[in-house]
Design a binder for this molecule. Structure first.
Ligand code: URA
Length: 434
């Protein structure tokens, strides 16, 4: 088999065979196919697309390029969750303990934040002592004890994706639905869960800017998951504005903890977490979504979800005392108030812009090797639809490293629009594809 012939075939818009796709993945990972030929294939796929069968084979080959977690010891109710990334998205910290407290098993391999989007590992590391670099035998022990674990994906989970993603990033081939589907789903297949719920975000702060593109991605992932023997459900959710009150690592952990403790919480965040958890429980227990929702609401209300959360954090060596008493949790050195420039209503809040403002405060990285300030971030006191008065405080910006917050303030303000009348509410969950 020759890579040249495979390139020729795909450039002409023909379907590649399983053997050709597997040959490409294994020879690229072992270094026999150079980047320039792999780039040519990626571009041909971007232009000509892939059939479902090609995408399924690519996904499996990428998953099998590294370790495949064996979760069979947990039985059939293993469940994973993935978000395509957003601003203020702390849902994993909430839904994983909810579903684990209901007897589902969650072994979740998460990532770090980059650019304007946050990452679950960074949020977890804002808790003193919390270990996210667990070896497989360690994280399996944690999951066996409390029903869940969240930790970093080791270097050998879908290595083909790591190599191909880096190449896509510099060859303008990220935006191809079959390539995105295979990238995300290869990591989910390698994660080993039988049931998978995908939170596909759409809007200004999301990877998929339009509902149409989010729908194509959501459908593609459900189809490829089913072809690979998984039960998959995609929930398309709004990321035109940040999710919840807070953006920034320790602030988001505190917000998640408040929700789990049934203290002050944002309704949108609670609703999305209940929707995602209900899908996860319904899929893994084979019950209706309405039955699952009733169980989810109960485990939140009776405190069992928070009990599981505490147990999990303790098993991964995190200091749970600061979560029991959030006043003790990392507070920042520098705080400034963002004031409303006018009377009226907040009409929109561009999630990407708010994410960048948080990043400018030190909450995120612009390059992989950057350090982050866990205390940095934004507390939105007023959000889309809220009435504001000129000079009133609409947000608190905080940081322990950036004393001069003028640029972040300007970026945050630039991300907001104001109107004289109350804006119409936007949908929170657009649709669910099963
Ligand atoms: N997230 C991924 O993991 N892969 C993609 O290709 C895009 C988003």
């Amino acid at each position: 088999m020759r890579i040249y012939d495979i390139l020729d075939k795909k450039r002409n818009g023909n379907e590649l065979s399983d053997e050709e796709i597997r040959f490409f993945v294994s020879e690229y990972v072992n270094g026999s196919i150079p980047d320039y030929q792999a780039s040519a294939l990626l571009m041909a796929v971007c232009i000509n697309g892939m059939t479902s069968s090609e995408t399924a084979t690519l996904t499996k080959a990428m998953a099998e390029s590294g370790d495949m977690l064996d979760l069979s010891a947990f039985g059939g109710n293993t469940v994973d969750k993935h978000s395509t990334g957003g601003v203020g998205d702390k849902t994993t910290l909430i839904v994983a303990p909810i579903v684990a407290s209901l007897g589902c098993n969650v072994v979740k391999l998460s990532g770090r934040g980059l650019g304007h989007t946050g990452g679950t590992l960074d949020k977890l590391e804002s808790v003193k002592g919390m270990r996210i670099d667990l070896a497989p035998d360690e994280f399996m022990t944690v999951a066996r004890k409390c029903g869940m674990t969240v930790c970093g994906a080791g270097a050998n989970i879908a290595p083909a994706d790591k190599k191909l993603y880096a190449l896509r990033d510099v060859t303008a081939t990220v935006q191809s639905i079959p390539l995105i589907v295979s990238s995300i789903m290869s990591k989910k297949l390698a994660g080993g869960a039988k049931n998978i719920v995908l939170d596909v975000k759409t809007g200004s702060g999301a990877f998929m800017k339009t509902l149409e593109s989010a729908r194509s991605l959501a459908k593609g992932m459900v189809e490829i998951g089913s072809l690979s023997g998984k039960n998959v459900s995609s929930v398309i959710t709004n990321m035109d504005k940040p999710l919840g009150f807070c953006i920034g690592n320790s602030l988001e952990v505190a917000e998640a903890v408040s929700l789990l403790k049934n203290e002050k919480c944002d309704n949108d965040l609670r609703d999305i977490c209940i929707t995602l958890s209900s899908e996860m429980v319904a899929l893994s227990k084979g019950i209706s979504v309405s039955d699952a929702k009733a169980r989810v609401e109960k485990t939140l209300e009776n405190g069992n979800a928070y009990k599981t959360f505490r147990e999990w954090i303790t098993l991964q060596h995190g200091d749970v005392s600061v979560l029991d008493d959030l006043d003790k949790f990392a507070s920042a050195t520098f705080k400034t108030n963002l004031l409303s420039p006018c009377d009226g209503y907040i009409a929109s809040s561009d999630a990407a812009g708010v994410g960048i403002a948080a990043m400018m405060l030190g909450a995120g990285r612009s390059a992989k090797e950057d350090d982050i300030d866990y205390t940095a971030g934004i507390i939105q006191l007023k959000r889309v639809g809220d009435k504001v008065e000129k000079g009133s405080v609409i947000a608190i910006l905080q940081s322990s490293t950036v004393a001069d917050q003028a640029s972040a303030q300007a970026k945050m303000l630039e991300s907001l629009t104001f109107s004289a009348s109350k804006p119409d509410p936007q949908p929170l969950v657009y649709e669910i594809i099963r």
